[in-house]
Design a protein around this ligand. Structure first.
Ligand code: MG
Length: 367
């Protein structure tokens, strides 16, 4: 099989809540999603998506994804999409870094592999584990009482795991965490995710002030070294996300005793192929994961579901259903949340069909 054309689509994904806000005053109203469709000489098409969390969350942005695909396209055209190792080597050889650019291409190759073999991607990634994948809901940053109200609203929709967006002024964050902790029951999970927003002294104040609560602390500071100092002065369970952008960082953090869990985002590490390696190493090392991506629509939600559903249940800390956060559907067949859980499709590949009306005309076609 050969890739004979690459079609690229840009789609705006507005938020159902209107705005998503997190650390240091950052926010996004409309997400910039890029979908990639690989055409093959055998008539099959595979689909992938990348959707950065604005241009200032990770070193990734929507226009960058499309520029990067423009750079990679001549190298990917003509390659066998089922040769996942080879195509990742080709992409890494042609473009240093920029993992998020490679992610939708790798994702589309997995879709093609599944369609070719008549198997869902989760089966190819180790097999379906358990009935369904438990989801968390990210709670956009706002006043403490409004965040608690949002948690209650999403609880009523079936979620039992919540990730509060903090990383603001320490006193405000302490109030946010306390307001939400007060309404949760012991079987629910609360994560305070600072998204690198605190300086070390601010993080130290917050973790001291919430030491009596049952709460996880995620990515307090910008650098790994700063975050490690916070890890060493709190007994609260500790998650790293932005700093764990590859296997080398994971192994270092594990050796340093810096993590109780990590956040594994598909595009942060360069696609499903590399995410699967990190996932499997985490399972071997005993590290549970939030398995997700930076953001996305139906295509990314489907990919998250396959990666998560093929992960042993004990190591699925949580995942999320990004397609329920946005008002536009870019594919049919993606998982729909039921009682705070989702399941990977039983259809071949990612199990989705691109919504061509939503995607519109391609913004670029490479042949
Ligand atoms: Mg995070």
């Amino acid at each position: 099989m050969k890739i004979v054309a690459i079609r690229v689509y840009q789609t705006d994904l507005p938020l159902a809540e209107g705005r998503y806000s997190w650390a240091n005053g950052k926010y996004v109203d409309i997400f910039d999603s890029t979908a990639v469709v690989l055409e093959t000489d055998e008539g099959l098409e595979g689909c992938g998506e990348v959707c950065p969390l604005g241009p200032f969350y990770l070193p990734a942005f929507g226009k960058g994804a499309r520029a990067g695909i423009d750079e990679l396209a001549p190298h990917v055209l003509g390659h066998d999409p089922l040769d996942l190792t080879g195509i990742n080597q080709v992409m890494d050889q042609a473009l240093l870094g920029h993992p998020y650019v490679k992610s939708p291409i790798d994702m589309a190759c997995w879709d093609l592999l599944g369609k070719t073999l008549g198997a869902p991607v989760c089966q190819l990634m180790g097999g379906r584990q358990g009935e369904s994948v438990a989801l968390y809901r990210a709670i956009s940053q706002g006043p403490a009482d409004a965040m608690a109200e949002n948690v209650q609203m999403y609880r009523d929709q079936g979620y039992r795991r919540f990730q509060l967006k903090v990383g603001g002024a320490p006193n405000d964050d302490i109030a946010r965490i306390r307001a939400v902790a007060a309404i949760l029951s012991p079987d629910e999970i609360l994560v305070a995710d600072a998204n690198t927003g605190w300086q070390a002294h601010e993080a130290a104040r917050v973790v001291n002030a919430i030491a009596d609560l049952d709460v996880y602390v995620e990515q307090p500071c910008r650098s790994y070294e700063e975050s490690l100092t916070i890890r060493r002065r709190t007994s609260l369970p500790f998650i790293l996300d932005e700093n764990i952008d590859g296997l080398d960082k994971l192994l270092r953090a594990h050796a340093d005793g810096a993590i109780d869990a990590i956040n594994l985002k598909i595009s942060k590490v360069g696609g499903l192929s590399k995410a699967r390696v990190i996932r499997d190493v985490c399972v071997s090392l005993g590290i549970p994961m939030t398995i997700e991506d930076s953001w996305g629509g139906d295509i990314i939600t489907a990919a998250i579901a396959h990666l998560a559903h093929s992960t042993p249940e004990r190591f699925r800390f949580t995942s999320t259903d990004f397609n329920s956060y946005v008002t536009v559907s870019n594919a049919a067949g993606a998982p729909k949340r039921v009682d705070g859980h989702m399941t990977a499709s039983h259809e071949p590949g990612l199990g989705i069909t691109p919504n061509w009306d939503t995607l519109g005309e391609p913004v670029a076609v490479y042949r």
